[in-house]
Design a protein around this ligand. Structure first.
Ligand code: GLU
Length: 378
């Protein structure tokens, strides 16, 4: 599947039923085959992040809770005890392939409240740049009902959105979406590719395919996750996780369902900046800076004439030319008082004045041009 081989960033979601054996212990052989698979992606220059369940399942064994239904405090205790076992299993599997791991535990606010989102994103980006595979799970031990993602399919989609992933792979107990449940209906047809997630598809996932997914999520949660990813410009691949090296299997042409993105990840991110955030302030920039922005460059402090309103580092701000026309919106790297202190200054002077530097006022990646300005670059 070319989407998988061409992707720059890939999120792989692994459910408890794949990772934890019937004895309640991690399935080392399966993990090790998956590690080889991930190592191959890394060697090809692709960045990988894993969203892994399994904390509660492994914690059950550690705390001798058996298979009975757990109360919420027991579940949270099991997650606390199991999370370290989960990380140990990943470490043991990935280390032989030279893949260091890092644990990231998130609650829903971390991908929904912008400041926390920026923080989580920056840490994740740094880890991936350093060649580390972040292993993400929900912070089950502290979450309450109101701040839960609820299932790791949804968490994986939010994380894919956060890091601008190209592909989200949901490893499942079935090799994709079918027109009916293939275990009970011999006429069920496998669906290799979907462009639109229609109400029919959702009904199918909720009905015929409902049994799929032994973990928290069935096929319906996978379709929901695919919808989040789709709007974020990320393709979703649903495939059978239980084969050894499931990603290599997909590349070799084994069955999977691919749900296409609605737009590119970059376009989705820029649309989010331009449309979904309401700025509390902004920057007025000179003509040179206007020209620079239209050619795709970052906004440097040197081109900023004045600062208006109150904003924090990471907030969305408007960017206007001196005639008051709004040129762009972007996520600013300095709060309003620091921005005012460095406006008009060369980048090299920022550290001297503030004692630190975050680079440009707004990085080109975080800038959405609102329209083609009248002034064209020479
Ligand atoms: N976060 C849970 C765990 O680690 C699993 C949630 C899910 O599988 O959807 O056990």
């Amino acid at each position: 599947m070319s989407e998988l081989t061409a992707a720059r960033r890939i999120v792989v979601k692994v459910g408890s039923s794949l990772l934890v054996g019937p004895d309640g212990a991690p399935d080392g052989a399966w993990l090790s085959a998956l590690a080889a698979d991930l190592g191959r992606l890394r060697d090809r220059g692709q960045q990988v992040l894993v969203v892994s369940s399994g904390a509660v399942a492994l914690g059950r064994k550690r705390l001798s809770l058996g298979k009975r239904a757990l109360t919420l405090p027991e579940k949270q205790a099991a997650a606390a005890a199991g999370q370290s076992a989960l990380m140990r299993a990943w470490e043991l599997a990935l280390e032989p392939f030279g893949l260091p791991v890092a644990q990231i535990l998130l609650t829903r606010d971390d991908t929904e409240v912008r400041k926390r989102w920026l923080n989580a994103r920056a840490t994740t980006e740094t880890l991936m740049t350093l060649g580390v595979i972040p292993i993400v799970n929900e912070n089950d031990t502290v979450v309450t009902e109101e701040i839960r993602y609820g299932d790791n399919d949804r968490l994986a989609a939010r994380v894919a959105q956060m890091i601008g992933a190209d592909v989200l792979v949901l490893l499942s107990d079935i090799d994709g979406l079918y027109s009916a449940d293939p275990r009970s209906n011999p006429d069920a047809v496998h669906i290799p590719r979907l462009t639109h997630l229609t109400a029919d598809i959702e009904a199918m996932a909720g009905g015929a395919n409902q049994g799929a997914g032994v973990g928290t999520g069935g096929m319906a949660t996978k379709i929901l996750a695919a919808r989040i990813a789709q709007q974020a410009g990320c393709a979703t691949i649903i495939t059978l996780g239980s084969r050894p090296a499931p990603l290599a299997a997909v590349e070799a042409g084994e069955l999977a369902t691919l749900i296409e993105p609605a737009l590119s990840a970059k376009a989705a991110y820029k649309a989010w900046i331009a449309g979904s955030l309401s700025p509390n302030g902004g920057l007025v920039i000179d003509l040179g800076a206007v020209n620079a922005l239209t050619t795709g460059k970052s906004l440097l402090s040197a081109g900023v004439r004045s600062v208006t309103g109150r904003f924090e580092k990471g907030d969305a701000v408007w960017v206007r030319d001196e005639a008051g026309r709004e040129i762009a919106r972007g996520l600013v790297r300095y709060d309003d008082s620091d921005a005012a202190r460095i406006c008009g200054l060369q980048s090299t002077a920022i550290e001297q004045v503030l004692g630190f530097s975050e680079g440009p006022m707004i990085h080109a990646d975080d800038l959405a041009l609102l329209f083609e300005p009248l002034v064209k670059p020479a």
